[in-house]
Write a protein that binds this ligand. Structure first.
Ligand SMILES: CSC[C@H]1O[C@H](OP(=O)(O)O)[C@H](O)[C@@H]1O
Length: 346
């Protein structure tokens, strides 16, 4: 099992594995205030929908510590302002907004209490969100393992492992569970241009745990699927609409189309906190567009000529009709997605 803490609040600072540096170097990025947390999320020091939600929650605690000597009115104003800033650090992964809203609700509930009590409650809530995420991922893994056949060859995209969450992972957590339960699985991991979360992070986790795998260029996936070398595809999610349309790392939509053409089961694995109950379809999901240097450079080395324009969406939306099922901690959601997703609210 991966033995590292993706996110750890210790000695008054938030310690994050610097995922920009993996796998070549294992470094810890320390956030001493919420502004550094905002930077860490924006620059993808930490990334992965659940992980940025947990990180933002601790960012609110850092703000509370920073402002605890102000008057109550000023304290509340500044901490809620920090919530607003963290809320928009990245636009697509709904876990970020879900975590911040949970912290805002807590603060508004406790605003008559002492500042010290509010600070302690904020820390407890951030710890709770982190612990819940780990437990949720283990439930996702157990449910997901039920759809993984013996000797399955599994294709996955981006990184959805311990590095993308508090621990264990979502889609990669299902893969871990299948491996440790003796299913003799094999993994094809997409490198996942342009930030290479597959090559750098998923490969790091798979090698660390000796899970049999091959790293492939994103463009090789179609041939593997066509040639019958993939039994199931399982990916993560950043935001799921009521109808099951799912935003995930760029390249996911393309995989889903190929899977549909060749009848390969295509699963999403995500906590229910990734479901946005306020949107009907994927059309309403804001897709983050990132800096062009992510495409024109690799590890700081220019690979494209000066002057070329770039389109760099960080995510795409997979339509629900391409999705076999959505694996959550509450079980596997199948079609009709809207009806079955709404049942989660009951
Ligand atoms: C369980 S991680 C979910 C999701 O987040 C990743 O995006 P990013 O690396 O940009 O934060 C990717 O879309 C994963 O599938």
């Amino acid at each position: 099992m991966a033995q590292f803490n993706t996110i750890e609040f210790k000695d008054g600072v938030l310690k994050l594995i610097d995922q920009r540096k993996l796998p070549l170097s294992f470094e810890i990025f320390e956030c001493k205030n919420y502004r550094e947390v905002d930077f860490a999320i924006k620059d993808m020091v930490v990334r992965g929908a659940p992980a940025i939600g947990v990180t933002a929650a601790y960012g609110v605690y850092l703000a509370a510590l920073e402002y605890k000597n102000l008057t109550k009115e000023e304290f509340l104003k500044e901490v809620l302002r920090a919530c607003d800033i963290l809320y928009v650090s990245r636009p697509t992964a709904v876990n970020l907004m879900w975590a911040i809203n949970r912290m805002r609700d807590l603060i508004n509930t406790l605003k008559e209490d002492s500042i010290d009590k509010i600070c302690d409650a904020i820390k407890d809530e951030a710890d709770k969100i982190a612990k819940e995420d780990e437990n949720i991922n283990k439930k996702i893994a157990e449910h997901g393992n039920n759809i993984i056949p013996q000797n399955a060859r599994i294709l996955t995209h981006c990184n959805t492992g311990a590095l993308a969450t508090s621990a264990y992972g979502t889609a990669l957590g299902v893969i871990r569970e299948a491996h440790y339960s003796g299913k003799n699985i094999f993994v094809y991991a997409d490198e996942t241009r342009p930030r290479l979360q597959g090559a750098r992070l998923t490969a790091f986790e798979l090698v660390k745990e000796k899970i049999p795998a091959k790293l492939i260029p994103d463009n090789a996936a179609a041939t593997l699927i066509r040639d019958g070398k993939v039994d199931v595809i399982i990916v993560g999610a950043d935001r799921i609409a009521l109808n099951g349309d799912t935003a995930n790392k760029i390249g996911t939509f393309m995989l889903s189309v190929i899977a549909k053409v060749y009848n390969v089961p295509f699963y999403i694995a995500a906590p229910t906190s990734t479901i946005d109950f306020n949107i009907e379809s994927g059309k309403e999901i804001v897709i983050e567009e990132r800096d062009s240097r992510e495409v024109t450079h690799i590890e700081g080395i220019r690979i494209a000529p000066e002057g070329i324009d770039v389109y760099n969406p960080a995510f795409d939306v997979t339509p629900n009709e391409n999705i076999t099922g959505i694996i959550t901690e509450k079980g596997i959601i199948t079609k009709p997605f809207r009806e079955n997703i709404l049942k989660l609210k009951l």
